[in-house]
Design a protein around this ligand. Structure first.
Ligand SMILES: NC(=O)c1ccc[n+]([C@@H]2O[C@H](COP(=O)([O-])OP(=O)(O)OC[C@H]3O[C@@H](n4cnc5c(N)ncnc54)[C@H](OP(=O)(O)O)[C@@H]3O)[C@@H](O)[C@H]2O)c1
Length: 293
C-alpha cells in the first residue's frame, strides 16, 4: 500500500491564524489604518494554499505489537508464543507443519503460517507488517543437515526480515559446549554463521540468546516429558559455579541449564524493548534479564 505524506506550505507567513485577528484597540477605532490592515489580511486569506508532495513512503511502518515466531510449534517456540500473547502482542508463527494439533487455548490465538525456512520464497508474506521476529528454528542430525537447519535456514530468515524492514530479530542460538562442539560440528558452525549474518544485517536490533540446556515440559507426540525434573536441580547447583565453566575441556559442560519459560520471557523482551542492547546474551545474561521487570 502506498501512502503519501503531504505538507501544507503557506503562501505567506501573514496567513497564520495569529495574524488574522486584529487587536481589540484597532477593531474599535475603525480608522483607516485598521481598515487597511483588515483588507491586507483579508487579501492574504483569499490566497490559495499551495500543497506540495514532499515525500512518498512506500511501506507503512510495521505495527510495534506484531511478532512473528519462527518455529512457534516447537518446544521453545510454543513458550515464546504464549509469553508474547500474555503481553498482549499479535502473534503469528511460521513452521513447516503449520498449526499444531494440540488442544490448548493459546494455539487458537496464534496465526499459523506454513512455510520452510529453506525455501525463502515461502516466508516473505509471513514477514509483512511484522515489527520483530524470534527464531526458534534449529535441530540435530547429520553434520550437513545441522548446518542447514541451524545456519542456512536462519540466514534465509534474517535476510528476508531485513528486506521486509523488520526492526528487531532475536535468534535462539546455543552456548558453546567445549568438546561437544567437535562432535556437533555442523550444529555449531551453523549457529555461528547465522549469528554472524544477524549481527551484520541487524546491527542495532539483533539479539542472540545462547542458552545451554533448556528445561521445561516438552511434548513429543501426545507425551509430555518433564525435562525440568533434571534441569531445575542442575540449574540450582550450577548457576553459582561459574568459575568452574572456565576449566579446560570439561568446563563448558558445567554451563547451568535454564528454564524454557525464562528463555521465552527474555526472547520476547529482547524482541519488543527498543533499549534491549543488541548482541550476544549468554546464559548468565539470560538469567539476569529474567530478574528484571
Ligand atoms: N532445547 C534445548 O535444550 C536447546 C538448548 C539450546 C539451544 N536450543 C535452540 O533453541 C531453538 C529451539 O529449540 P527447540 O528445542 O524448541 O526445537 P524444536 O522443539 O525441535 O522446534 C523446532 C521448530 O522449528 C520448526 N522447524 C524446523 N525446521 C523448519 C524449517 N525448515 N522451516 C520452518 N520451521 C522449521 C519446527 O516445526 P515444523 O517441524 O512444523 O517445521 C518447530 O516448530 C533451536 O535453535 C535450538 O538449537 C535448544
Amino acid at each position: 500500500m502506498r501512502s503519501a505524506v503531504a505538507r501544507l506550505i503557506r503562501s505567506s507567513p501573514s496567513a497564520s491564524p495569529s495574524r488574522l485577528s486584529l487587536s481589540p484597540v484597532l477593531q474599535k477605532s475603525g480608522n483607516a489604518f485598521s481598515n487597511n490592515a483588515a483588507s491586507m489580511d483579508a487579501k492574504h486569506i483569499k490566497e490559495p494554499f499551495k500543497v506540495e508532495e514532499a515525500e512518498t513512503v512506500k511501506v507503512p511502518p510495521p505495527s510495534p505489537d506484531k511478532l512473528l515466531v519462527l518455529g512457534g510449534s516447537g518446544f521453545v517456540g510454543s513458550h515464546v508464543c504464549k509469553e508474547a500473547l500474555d503481553r498482549g502482542l499479535f502473534v503469528s508463527s511460521l513452521n513447516r507443519s503449520g498449526k499444531p494439533s494440540i488442544s490448548e487455548s493459546w494455539v487458537e490465538k496464534v496465526v499459523w503460517n506454513q512455510g520452510n525456512l529453506l525455501e525463502p520464497a515461502s516466508l516473505k508474506d509471513a514477514m509483512d507488517d511484522v515489527f520483530a521476529v524470534v527464531s526458534c528454528v534449529g535441530g540435530f542430525g547429520s553434520n550437513s543437515f545441522m548446518y542447514k537447519i541451524n545456519g542456512t535456514a536462519n540466514i534465509n530468515a534474517v535476510r528476508a526480515a531485513a528486506e521486509k524492514g523488520v526492526k528487531r530479530f532475536v535468534y535462539v542460538s546455543a552456548a558453546d559446549f567445549g568438546l561437544v562442539n567437535y562432535l556437533l560440528q555442523g550444529y555449531y558452525e551453523g549457529k555461528r554463521a547465522a549469528e554472524a549474518e544477524l549481527l551484520s544485517k541487524f546491527t542495532y536490533g539483533g539479539v542472540i540468546l545462547r542458552p545451554g540446556f533448556i528445561h521445561g515440559t516438552r511434548r513429543l507426540g501426545g507425551v509430555r516429558i518433564p525435562l525440568g525434573l533434571v534441569g531445575s536441580p542442575m540449574q540450582m547447583v550450577l548457576q553459582n559455579a561459574r568459575p568452574l565453566t572456565r576449566l579446560p575441556l570439561v568446563g563448558p559442560l558445567l554451563t547451568p541449564p535454564v528454564s524454557v519459560a525464562t528463555v521465552a520471557k527474555v526472547a520476547v523482551r529482547a524482541a519488543t524493548d527498543p533499549v534491549f542492547p543488541p548482541g550476544i546474551v549468554d546464559v548468565y545474561g539470560i538469567m539476569r534479564y529474567r530478574e528484571q521487570k
